[in-house]
Design a protein around this ligand. Structure first.
Ligand SMILES: *[C@@H]1O[C@H](CO)[C@@H](O)[C@H](O)[C@H]1NC(C)=O
Ligand SMILES: *[C@@H]1O[C@H](CO)[C@@H](O)[C@H](O)[C@H]1NC(C)=O
Length: 156
């Protein structure tokens, strides 16, 4: 049997404290539950500098406790990841534009897509819950669960 190459995915949003740490945690839980976490390198990052080294938003932490998804992250900026990740998945169109622009300047090997493009319902954009409440974070969580499942199936 051919050795299975590790796959890699980086989840990206504007701050790396609301949406992308949830997506990262959801995807990690998914591959852990399927016993295939050794096949995957998983991380998340921000397109900006606003929140670097900050932990996930407290409402995301509520979501983590509610759904029992391990989440242990400090915000970091997208830098050399274009050459080292197989997939870079972002939450909305402004991040997609930023990543495509940055990726074209670097040695980009990553497939850059919006996470929502994996979803059958094609909602595409995962809205920033930053100015919302716990139920907006719950919506983000549910979208991430659907999209991560579809992405994982697609990438097997
Ligand atoms: C993963 O491994 C555990 C423990 O070995 C096992 O109980 C479970 O059925 C496995 N899950 C899958 C999806 O293979
Ligand atoms: C969250 O905000 C929305 C709209 O602003 C409101 O309808 C909803 O009841 C709020 N939910 C919670 C759990 O506070």
């Amino acid at each position: 049997m051919a050795a299975q190459l590790p796959k890699s995915v980086l989840f990206v949003c504007l701050g790396n404290i609301c949406r992308s740490p949830i997506a990262e945690a959801v995807f990690r839980k998914l591959v852990t539950d399927q016993n295939i976490s050794d096949n995957w390198r998983i991380d998340s990052a921000t397109t900006s500098t606003y929140e670097i080294e900050n932990p996930p938003d407290y409402r995301g932490q509520n979501c983590k406790r509610k759904h029992d998804i391990p989440m242990n992250h400090m915000a970091q900026q997208v830098t050399k990841d274009f050459a080292t990740f197989g997939y870079i998945l972002c939450m909305g169109e402004s991040s997609l534009r930023y990543l495509n622009r940055k990726g074209s300047e670097k040695n980009c090997k990553a497939k850059i897509e919006v996470l929502g493009s994996s979803e059958a319902q094609k909602q595409l954009i995962i809205e920033d819950p930053c100015y919302g409440n716990d139920s907006d974070f719950e919506t983000v969580y549910q979208q991430c669960v659907r999209c991560c499942k579809e992405f994982l199936e697609k990438s097997q």
